[in-house]
Design a binder for this molecule. Structure first.
Ligand code: E4P
Length: 219
């Protein structure tokens, strides 16, 4: 299973990368805005800076919602670095754009996916990655994890090559359940990755080991 971090914050990306377990990065327009990144040149430079930190893929989302606009923007994004994956929304023109980019050998990540039907369409169009949003489904009282299981099953039935990139992951249990279900990639905030480190028995066990060692050493 690959770990992507869902942020445009360079410090957080470096911190996760320094831990030695980070593969790639996903961003979206809200995350870029949160870092105050706007304007074509700044956006390009920021994506390049992200690509320089990590080894694996970096998803960069188009703003256009029409076919021609997405193609124009996606081609520019893809030129920034070989690691760039063009993130395309799950809309009619988005599916056409994914099909086009697939034929051009440009990788895509189909985003804002909330149903198995959308997942089938994206795979048929040739998306490299599919981003089902778990947390946002949970927010409206649907089971986001159930959707991940459903998509894993469907993709296995037909040998679809699209990788399932579980997104909108809000806590460690989401991540662990995605691993059980067989998602290819999970993208999440830094706190979810570092949250995996934590267990109270680890903390109390370590404290006891150190105390026993100090006692034996006569400290
Ligand atoms: C995925 O690519 C999205 O950027 C992201 O996971 C959305 O997460 P959120 O629902 O916590 O905003």
């Amino acid at each position: 299973m690959k770990f992507f971090i869902d942020t445009a914050n360079l410090d957080e990306i470096r911190e996760a990368y320094d831990l030695g377990v980070l593969d790639g990065v996903t961003t979206n327009p809200s995350l870029m805005a949160k870092e105050g990144i706007s304007g074509e040149a700044n956006v390009r430079a920021h994506y390049k800076a992200i690509c320089n930190i990590v080894d694996d893929k970096v998803s960069a989302e188009v703003i256009a919602t029409d076919f021609e606009g997405m193609i124009r923007e996606g081609k520019e994004l893809a030129k920034i670095d070989d690691k760039i994956v063009v993130k395309i929304p799950m809309i009619k023109d988005g599916i056409k754009a994914i099909k086009y980019f697939h034929s051009e050998g440009i990788r895509t990540n189909c985003t804002l996916v909330f149903s198995a039907g959308q997942a089938i369409l994206a795979a048929k169009a040739g998306a490299s990655y599919l981003s089902p949003f778990i947390g946002r489904l949970d927010d409206i009282s649907y089971d986001g994890l159930e959707l991940i299981g459903q998509i894993v099953h469907i993709y296995q039935n037909y040998g679809f090559e699209t990788e399932i990139l579980a997104a909108s992951v809000r806590h460690t249990m989401h991540l662990i359940k995605c691993a059980e279900l067989g998602a290819d990639v999970v993208t999440c905030p830094l706190k979810v990755i570092t949250g995996l480190l934590k267990h109270p028995l680890t903390d109390s066990g370590l404290a006891q080991f150190l105390a026993d060692h100090a006692k034996a050493a006569g400290k």
